[in-house]
Design a protein around this ligand. Structure first.
Ligand code: PLP
Length: 390
């Protein structure tokens, strides 16, 4: 059977396959410590579920406007104005089937074949694949443990060529947990403006930050930066709503309208009643307490996992400033990430994601969005595994 070149060029999503293998082992009754999931395990807060149930009862069961329910677009614009200093109105917002779909739509709408897209590595694994699907060329800006997984304005400038169209910027960053400071972001914004690029800013983890780290949107740096920014976000991570598939983008009206036009021929509107869960997430006063409770749980789990990691010989890890991942460097073990993760799963029943999928083959990703018992047991197993290597 002929499969298009577009799809043959893709790298399969390995994070899903590790998770799937861990799940399959669990289903066979094997006691797996699963640190591979990309999502929080909390249930969606009750008041958000109730809002979607109400919307169902009220008959929000039909096709809706392609760009999103007007109420949700309004609420998102209000949130971005008041919390993020971004002067958007409802017409600057499009609701999509998750942040992932927002990003995919943007690549389809913004790229011509051969256009280069700058991506800082380690990166969220879908960024380069989406660029390729849209005919673009991903160009990596490498970062490492020593730089705290951050790049400088000078490094950004060096990566720019006449074909560069945009930067995909992700802070708080998945998988590294790095959060760029306002000063660092100001420097990056200046290059975007000077070089007349666009920046797609993936801010899906904005509220999952620690130790006083501050999330700032790159679009709030100056009116010139604002004009060149498209913010992408959603409800999946912060409100534990991964299965709802509600995300959004906000940016210049011209781009938003082009996205809505493309979306009208692919998925149409996002599930109508699910969008009312999004409205409740951003307007109900109970939300901030729920988010803070989940964040406090992550604070505790992050601490526990970091403390236990300190007992693992030969792994080095920065304290993440955001997200719910640790991203230890395994280079000192002499193993590459895929063989490391396979052996770890086989011998100790611990599931971790190989850094190779994020463009960092000398790292692994461990999610601490799981309970403390699993963290304690799994980290002991990881320590035995690493000791057994020497
Ligand atoms: C999880 C994740 C997404 C996708 O989120 P959805 O809204 O569930 O599609 C996008 N970007 C990053 C960095 C993520 O971690």
């Amino acid at each position: 059977m002929h499969i298009s070149q577009r799809v043959r060029l893709l790298t399969p999503a390995l994070t899903l396959s590790v998770s799937a293998r861990a799940k399959a082992m669990q289903n066979r009754g094997i006691d797996v410590c699963n640190f591979s999931a990309g999502r929080p395990e909390f249930d969606t807060p009750d008041h958000i579920k109730a809002a979607a149930q109400r919307a169902l009862d009220e008959g929000k069961t039909k096709y809706g406007p392609v760009g999103g329910e007007p109420e949700l677009r309004e609420v998102i614009a209000h949130k971005l104005r008041t919390e993020n200093g971004l002067a958007y109105t409802a017409e600057n917002v499009a609701v999509n089937n998750g942040a992932k779909h927002a990003l995919f739509n943007l690549m389809m709408v913004l790229l011509e074949p051969g256009d280069e897209v700058l991506i800082h590595a380690p990166y969220w694994l879908s960024f380069p694949e989406m660029v390729k699907l849209a005919g673009g060329v991903p160009v990596l800006i490498e970062t490492d443990l020593a730089s705290g997984y951050k790049f400088t304005p000078a490094e950004l400038e060096r990566a720019i060529t006449p074909r560069t169209r945009l930067l995909i910027f992700n802070s708080p960053s998945n998988p590294s947990g790095a959060v760029f400071t306002p000063e660092e972001i100001r420097g990056i914004a200046k290059v975007i403006v000077d070089k007349k690029l666009l920046v797609v800013s993936d801010e899906i983890f904005e509220k999952i930050v620690y130790d006083g780290a501050e999330h700032v949107s790159i679009g709030s740096m100056s009116p010139e930066a604002f004009a060149r920014t498209i913010v992408v976000s959603g409800f999946s991570k912060i409100y534990s709503m991964t299965g709802w598939r509600v995300g959004y983008m906000a940016g210049p009206v011209e781009i938003i309208n082009a996205v809505i036009s493309a979306q009208s021929h692919s998925t149409s509107n996002v599930c109508s009643f699910a969008q009312y869960g999004g409205v409740a997430a951003y307007t109900d006063e109970r939300s901030s307490q729920c988010v803070e409770q989940m964040r406090q749980a992550y604070v505790q789990r992050r601490r526990a996992m970091m403390d236990l990691l300190a007992d693992v010989p030969g792994l080095r890890c920065r304290m993440p400033e955001g997200t719910f991942y640790l991203f230890p460097y395994i280079g000192d073990t002499g193993m590459r990430s895929v063989e490391f993760c396979e052996a770890l799963l086989e011998s100790q029943k611990v599931a971790a994601v190989a850094g190779a999928v994020f463009g960092a083959d000398d790292h692994i990703r461990l999610s601490f969005a799981t309970d403390l018992e699993v963290i304690e047991k799994g980290m002991k197993r990881l320590a035995s595994f690493v000791r057994s290597l020497s």
